[in-house]
Design a protein around this ligand. Structure first.
Ligand SMILES: *Cc1c(COP(=O)(O)O)cnc(C)c1O
Length: 380
């Protein structure tokens, strides 16, 4: 009997790079400084360089407590709050929509396209006929779900035409590119999560937001710490959402390896594509112009739950991202305004999507075993 294959494995990189992580932790212990010190400052500089485009003046990064807060603070820092509506998708982590409400804005949810990202036509429909009683639409939060950029040509053109602010949810897309340019550098700001299973994960919670405009980054920096302009003087109503020194030191280690991990994710995806071709399963649609970083490798199946059961029988773990769209969740149902063209694809996807094992430490023979188990599961 083979060892089980987990859908994700956040502990794998810690084992592979244990010495580097232990050095980083020791450095923080010995520093005697645990909140907003050298490690956070260094991580912010290194992450800004990673997230931005070389040679264009770059981005500013602000470390915060988690990815949800990163989106809240990004929205607040660009001036989105009460009295504004924000268009995003329902086929996403509930955190995306929670963050918009935490900022005080009204989410409007629209459908996705065949590549599982914000559908530009659904966005246009929402703008042409906004849900009655909602405040004016001021912003768009495109979610680069599963690691694949949304159609940024279309989304940015619509945003320009309507004078809307774009804040990108990058929680699943660290390192993704659109026409060779880093995703997350297109909008006024972008939010990242370092939840342990993300493409770059901490050993606990962490997040960051990036912005090209230094003033937006400065506002976020102040908002993450009680709205302080300087120590004990609050210019704004802020909160406490700081990235720990310890997590920043660990994230600096991970960041050095992230480009290689993303390459490995892409190679695994290419092997899945080849091995699963011709089976009765819809493989991930690759958007032309996008460099996908495969946070998840998501297939669509008519009998998703039965296939997941059969894979479990072979010791193979899978995931469902996500089983219930946000607009159908108990806390959101019948409450969140929806785009004029409906959410038919979103509702259909919830019953069909299956995330296969995907992390950079999967071995070639494990990827082969997943493929063989899929062949068996789909032929029985
Ligand atoms: C993980 C995730 C978040 C939230 O990040 P946390 O660090 O868990 O708060 C937001 N949006 C998307 C798309 C995510 O996948």
């Amino acid at each position: 009997m083979h060892a089980p294959i987990a859908q994700t494995n956040p502990g794998a990189w810690c084992q592979a790079h244990r010495d580097e992580i232990e050095d980083a932790v020791r450095r923080v212990i010995d520093s005697g400084w645990y909140i907003l010190g050298r490690e956070v400052t260094a991580f912010e500089a290194e992450f800004a360089a990673f997230a931005g485009e070389a040679g264009t003046g770059g981005l500013h990064a602000v470390g915060v407590a988690n990815g949800t807060d990163a989106l809240v603070l990004a929205l607040e820092a660009v001036g989105i709050g009460p009295g504004a509506a924000v268009v995003t998708v329902s086929h996403t982590a509930v955190a995306t929509v929670a963050a918009i409400e935490m900022a005080g804005a009204t989410p409007i949810l629209v459908d996705v396209d065949e590549a599982h990202g914000l559908d530009p036509a659904a966005l246009e429909a929402a703008l042409a006929a906004p849900p009655p009683g909602t405040p004016p639409i001021r912003a768009i939060v495109p979610v680069h779900l599963y690691g694949q950029p949304v159609d940024l040509d279309a989304v940015m053109a619509i945003a320009d035409r309507h004078g809307l602010t774009v804040v990108e949810d990058m929680a699943q897309a660290h390192g993704a590119l659109w026409r060779s340019r880093p995703v997350g550098s297109f909008g006024a700001a972008a939010s990242y999560s370092f939840y342990p299973t993300k493409n770059l994960g901490a050993l606990g919670d962490g997040g960051a937001l990036v912005a090209r405009d230094a003033a937006i980054a400065e506002r976020a920096r102040s908002l993450r710490q009680y709205g302080w302009r300087e120590r004990y003087i609050s210019d704004m109503v802020g909160r406490n959402s700081r990235l720990d020194e310890l997590q920043a030191a660990i994230l600096r280690v991970g960041l050095r390896h992230l480009p290689g991990w993303n390459e490995r994710r892409r190679a695994i995806a290419a092997t899945y594509d080849r091995g699963l071709a011709g089976l009765p399963v819809t493989l991930p649609v690759r958007r032309p112009g996008a460099t996908h970083v495969f946070h998840q490798y998501v297939v669509e199946l008519d009998d998703r739950d039965a296939v997941a059961d059969r894979l479990r029988g072979h010791g193979i773990g899978t995931g469902v991202h996500y089983p219930v769209p946000v607009h159908l969740q108990p806390a959101y149902r019948n409450r969140i305004p929806l785009g004029a063209s409906g959410l038919a694809r979103t509702e259909r996807l919830a019953g069909r999507v299956l995330s296969l094992p995907m992390h950079p430490f999967l071995k070639d023979d494990e990827v082969e075993r997943v493929i063989q188990a899929m062949v068996t599961a789909l032929n029985s």
